[in-house]
Every structure is written in structure tokens, then in C-alpha cells.
Write a protein that binds this ligand. Structure first.
Ligand code: MN
Length: 492
């Protein structure tokens, strides 16, 4: 990791817009891409005299995330005002949470997988709740406009602990991948980085291997994909090392990421720590979080992805790669587990899901998820797949037939056994017709027979092919192999 004698340290600040219907402190609708300034009541505009009412659903979402990240939950948690002046913040302050043990969650951890197959804990300092700002838009005529539709959207902030655990660009990316995955498992955020509902700002520093003092850190903004987080951190590492080597040193500054040039640029230099003059918001009562509520919320947290992966690997015998794929998204994992619980062989169910099911889903734009907002749910249930794998294992149908049946049941939703019956598709294992076809093939091809008798045994494959073709692919391949061999040997 420190092949060049330098150590990298990365802290991660992640903002996630919560997937609620209404905003954090008023009933305005949470939307994306709607006509600007159409979801703005007095509160979203910060007009004097408007009073905030907290959104309980948003608080529950942050608490569930905090619990999933192994955080401590305070008995009492308050909202603070964070003051600064910027046009996208009409009140002149943002409602947020301050102090070490006040946020809805603090002192947690998130495990990330290591390349060696183990896990590494990334410690979390805090998981708190705040509100999003409006959005500045630069107009074609050179002026700027502000859209307050986003102002007041519930925003969760997850910050990693100090000293930083993340020590490479890969770990920075993996942390974000895993955090996003958990947020999607919990259903608290849609995770759309390209739309800004999940935003990540790493702060990055380097220091010589033999030094205990952390270097000056820079903060990176505008990273809108996993790849840009990874390349942004890698770029900053090299840039800072070069700056130290040249004797220029690193300035504490906020830098943007240019996706096209693949390099960072200065946005603003931090002269001194900003004084936000935090104080408890007098319009909002402290939140009392009861143990009963915590227990209730805990019960809604599904088994987390990394635990699923481990179980799929250790108990169900999947390879690490397949286990990761099956656990990646919760609806996919649920579908897989339903198949296994219905008596399916785990490896077979996974194979069909990764193969034919994935293919047909992407061809048609369908999903395994029930009640998806935009996509139709496939007619193929886990039971369809289990029945199909059993028919194949019993030798009733061949692999080629199974694929045909899959395509048919994907269209109609009929069970595999129904398709087999309707199409008269079952595989022929009966030796009578196979023997007949083998004799026909041998008698019709004296040349290859001669070669076989002279010791060229590979010619057997030619005859097997002839028989399979004559039986229109419906014969059981193992039986055909055996019968062809027997009939050829009889000619000696
Ligand atoms: Mn924040």
C-alpha cells in the first residue's frame, strides 16, 4: 500500500437524501426534476414566522441506518441551527445536528470486504439528520436562478471516524459501494449518485511512512460515480505527494473533480475554520428516543448484504463471486432465497438467475421486484425455476429444452411441467427409438464406420451427432452416447 513510502488517509462524508414523501419540516412534496419552485411553501422559502414540524418517518430512517451501522443511539437528540449565508439557504441557517453524542447515531462501524476474502471495519463517527438546500442554476443568459424545490428535503449525513481507517482509493470506493448498498437494503435512499441523491465528499491527506502527523487535507466535491471517487482519491494522492516533493506543500482547500480531464481543481481555499455559531433550534423540541421505538425499528432491519454473502458461501456452497451477485440487491436476494426455501438446489437456482433470468429481464425491462414503480414484475417465480431444475435433474428434459421452456414460461407464466406437456417436449430416454436411429446412422455412413473399426474412436462423436439430429435434439444425450457405442462395437 505504501510502495512509494507515502501513506494515504481518507475520511468520508456522505450525504443521502431520504426517500420520504414530504420534506423534513413541512408537508411540501419531495421530488426530482419538476418545474422549479413549485414545491415551496412558506417554510421551504424560510419566510419569517413559519414553524418547523419534524418528519417522523425521516427520523426513523436515520435511526434504522444508525442501527444497521452499529451506532449508539442517544436517549435525547436535538436539532441545531448551523449559520452561514448563501443564496440556496433562504433562512440563513441550516437545521442540522451538532456535538459528539447528540446525533441520532454515533460511534458505529461498517465492514468492507478485503481482497483476501476477509473484512475490515471502517469506523463511523456520526449519522445525523439535517435538511438539504436549494439548487443554484446557471442560466443561458449569464444570470443565475435558484430552485427551492430541494430546500428542506430530509438529508442524512454519515461521517467516518478519526483517525481514518480508509487507506487506499479502492477502500474509499468499496466503503461507498457498501454504504449505498445498505441504504438501498433499508429503502431509505434511492442511491442515485448521478442525480445527487447520494453525494460523497472524501477528505484526503498523505504523509511519509515514518511520520505520525497527518498531512493537510483537501476535500473533493462533484464526485458523481463510484469510479470518480476512486480516480479522484488516486489523483489527489499523487498530486499531494508531488506538491510535497516540490517543496510547495498542500493547502487546506476544497477541490472539484473534472470528470473529462480526470483531474481535480481548486474551488475555494479555507483560510480558517468557519464559525457556524451552532445553537439548539428553539423552534424544535428535543427528541426523546425510547428503547421501545429502537426495538421496533431494529426488527425492521433485514439481514445485511455482507452477512448474506457469507451465509450463501459457507452454508449454501456458492462461490464468493456468485454469493456477492446474489446478495447485491435485496429483491434479488429475496428471490434467490425463496427458490432455495422451495427446495431448489442453491447453485442451480443461482445459475438460472444469473443466466436465462437476467438475460430475459434485461431484454424486456422487467424486474423480479413486486410493486416496482416503473417496471413490470416478471411472471417467472422462484417456483418456476425450481420445477425447471428438477425436471432437468430427473432427465425428463435436456439442457437445450430447459432453455426453450424458460423462454416460453417467461412469456406465458405457465409452469415448466405445463409447457412440457403442451409441447410434447419430454426427453426421449427410451432405448428403442434411439437404437433404431443409431443403426440407421451407422448403415448410412459406411466410410466413418470403416474409420471407427480401424481404431479411430473419435468418429463416435460423429454418429452421436447424427442420432441427436435425427431425434430433433429430444434424446437423452447420455443414453445416446451409450447406445451408439454399443451398436458400433457390434459391427466388429
Ligand atoms: Mn451536511
Amino acid at each position: 500500500m505504501a510502495a512509494d513510502g507515502w501513506l494515504l488517509s481518507v475520511g468520508m462524508e456522505v450525504h443521502a437524501e431520504l426517500h420520504t414523501r414530504s420534506k423534513m419540516f413541512c408537508a411540501d412534496e419531495v421530488t426530482f426534476g419538476k418545474e422549479p419552485n413549485t414545491r415551496v411553501s412558506e417554510l421551504s422559502l424560510g419566510l419569517p414566522g413559519s414553524l418547523p414540524v419534524p418528519n417522523k418517518e425521516a427520523i426513523a430512517m436515520v435511526l434504522r441506518t444508525a442501527l444497521a451501522l452499529d451506532c449508539d443511539i442517544p436517549a435525547l437528540s436535538v436539532f441545531h441551527r448551523k449559520h452561514y449565508f448563501y443564496p440556496d439557504l433562504p433562512k440563513g441557517f441550516q437545521i442540522s445536528q451538532y456535538e459528539d453524542t447528540n446525533p441520532l447515531g454515533y460511534k458505529g462501524k461498517l465492514d468492507i470486504p478485503t481482497p483476501e476474502g476477509g473484512t475490515k471495519p471502517i469506523h463511523i463517527m456520526r449519522t445525523h439528520l439535517e435538511e438539504d438546500t436549494g439548487k443554484l442554476m446557471h442560466l443561458p443568459g449569464g444570470q443565475s436562478g435558484i430552485d427551492y424545490n430541494r430546500a428542506g428535503t430530509p438529508l442524512m449525513e454519515v461521517v467516518t471516524d478519526f483517525p481514518p481507517d480508509i487507506q487506499s482509493p479502492d477502500e474509499a470506493k468499496e466503503y461507498l459501494v457498501r454504504l449505498r448498498q445498505i441504504l438501498l437494503y433499508l429503502g431509505v435512499c434511492d442511491g442515485k449518485m448521478e442525480q445527487g441523491s447520494l453525494r460523497c465528499e472524501p477528505n484526503i491527506s498523505v504523509r511519509p511512512e515514518n511520520s505520525d502527523d497527518y498531512g493537510t487535507k483537501t476535500e473533493l466535491k462533484n464526485l458523481n460515480s463510484f469510479a470518480s471517487v476512486q480516480s479522484g482519491v488516486a489523483f489527489e494522492r499523487v498530486r499531494q505527494i508531488e506538491a510535497y516533493k516540490k517543496g510547495e506543500g498542500v493547502r487546506q482547500e476544497t477541490r472539484g473533480w473534472d470528470e473529462v480531464k480526470q483531474e481535480s481543481f481548486v474551488m475555494r481555499v479555507k483560510e480558517s475554520a468557519m464559525d457556524y455559531r451552532y445553537f439548539p433550534d428553539p423552534d424544535l423540541a428535543p427528541m426523546e428516543i425510547s428503547q421501545d421505538w429502537i426495538d421496533e425499528l431494529k426488527a425492521t432491519i433485514p439481514e445485511l448484504p455482507l452477512a448474506k454473502e457469507r451465509r450463501y458461501r459457507d452454508d449454501l456452497g456458492l462461490t464468493p463471486d456468485t454469493a456477492e451477485l446474489m446478495a447485491r440487491e435485496l429483491p434479488w436476494a429475496d428471490y434467490f432465497e425463496e427458490g432455495v426455501n422451495a427446495g431448489g438446489d442453491a447453485k442451480e437456482v443461482a445459475k438460472w438467475m444469473q443466466g436465462e433470468l437476467s438475460f430475459h429481464l434485461s431484454e424486456t425491462g422487467q424486474t423480479v421486484e413486486s410493486n416496482h414503480a416503473e417496471r413490470a414484475t416478471t411472471k417467472v417465480t422462484p417456483n418456476h425455476i425450481v420445477e425447471l431444475t428438477k425436471l432437468q435433474a430427473a432427465g425428463t428434459i435436456s439442457g437445450t429444452m430447459a432453455k426453450e421452456i424458460f423462454a416460453e414460461m417467461f412469456k406465458s407464466g405457465d409452469m415448466p411441467s405445463e409447457v412440457v406437456k403442451a409441447r410434447g417436449m419430454s426427453q426421449i430416454s427410451d432405448e428403442g427409438p434411439i437404437e433404431e436411429a443409431a443403426d440407421d446412422a451407422i448403415e448410412g455412413n459406411p466410410g466413418p464406420l470403416q474409420q471407427y473399426l480401424e481404431g479411430k474412436e473419435s468418429v463416435q462423436g460423429f454418429f452421436v451427432g447424427q442420432v441427436m439430429r435425427a431425434m430433433k435434439g429430444q434424446a437423452n444425450p447420455q443414453v445416446v452416447q451409450r447406445v451408439v457405442k454399443e451398436r458400433l462395437e457390434k459391427r466388429r
